[in-house]
Design a protein around this ligand. Structure first.
Ligand SMILES: NC(=O)c1ccc[n+]([C@@H]2O[C@H](COP(=O)([O-])OP(=O)(O)OC[C@H]3O[C@@H](n4cnc5c(N)ncnc54)[C@H](O)[C@@H]3O)[C@@H](O)[C@H]2O)c1
Length: 243
């Protein structure tokens, strides 16, 4: 399968190119705004993996929709307006979109949902994430997915319960609040912890990514899985078979 990598010069792009070598996925287009890369992909490309910057995603996914080829989105920080272009494209092509393509985090999403259901709102949920100093968006797409898993396990709306960081005279913590905190520093690939803090005990579920290959391998798998599927938006949980 001939594929294009968008964001090819970046940390994830380089890892994707490295891992695709010698597999059935042949990288024929390395797309990036950086010097020495192609500005877009040409004819013959059968699928695209995008780990770039959110502002570029609408144009990429729209072009893929015109060409009828699958599109895998790893890029996070996509705005509500930009997401409309993704949703419109998904009416015509298979789009896989996930804030995290690792097996471990997708398992964690399931565990967190179950813990949230069993422990209930009496256990205060605090989600922390830490990433390297170069990461541009906050909180991470993974932290947002984990917060959604908590909300789903409690059958509440995340928008109504979420807070992002705390500062000032904010008063006591309301029951049911789902708090998310972003840390940045060093070269951390991606750490996430979901803490359930009760009166008598605390439960902490943690994932630590040690190498970007954990995400890149999942994204390559997702594109091979998506090729030829019906149009629609899929997640890594669909790809892994536990959606
Ligand atoms: N879903 C996941 O599993 C997962 C894992 C890691 C990172 N990410 C996300 O992937 C994205 C990239 O992460 P990174 O660490 O590789 O970042 P990076 O900054 O190292 O690389 C991004 C690359 O995209 C390029 N770029 C920017 N705008 C572009 C455009 N319009 N068209 C083409 N290329 C463009 C940049 O020049 C850069 O080379 C981020 O949004 C990050 O949060 C997702």
């Amino acid at each position: 399968m001939k594929i294009a990598i968008v964001g090819a010069a970046g940390r994830m792009g380089r890892k994707l190119i490295e891992l695709a070598e010698g597999t059935e996925l042949e990288v024929v287009a390395k797309v990036d705004v950086a010097e020495g890369y192609e500005r877009t992909w040409g004819a013959g490309v059968e699928g695209v993996i995008d780990f770039s910057y959110h502002t570029g995603v609408p144009a990429g996914v729209t072009k893929a929709a015109q060409e009828g080829i699958a599109y895998v989105i790893g890029t996070t920080g996509i705005t509500a307006e930009e997401q409309k272009a993704v949703d419109a494209a998904a009416k015509r092509i298979p789009v896989v979109q996930s804030g995290n393509y690792s097996l471990g985090v997708n398992l964690l999403l399931e565990l967190v949902k179950k813990a949230a259901t069993i422990l209930g709102p009496d256990y205060d949920v605090e989600i922390t994430e830490m990433h390297h100093r170069h990461k541009k968006d906050a909180p991470s797409g993974t932290a947002l997915m984990l917060a959604k898993s908590v909300a789903s396990g409690r059958a509440v709306s995340l928008d109504e319960k979420a807070i992002y960081g705390r500062k000032g005279d904010i008063g006591e913590r309301p029951v049911g609040e789902i708090a998310v905190h972003a840390l940045r520093g060093g070269s951390v690939v991606g750490d996430h912890t979901v803490m359930f803090a009760g009166d008598l005990e605390r439960v902490e579920l943690t994932h630590k990514a040690q190498d970007r290959a954990a995400f890149a391998a999942g994204a390559l798998k997702a594109l091979a899985w998506a090729k030829g599927r019906a149009a629609g938006i899929y997640t890594m949980r669909d790809v892994l078979g536990f959606a």
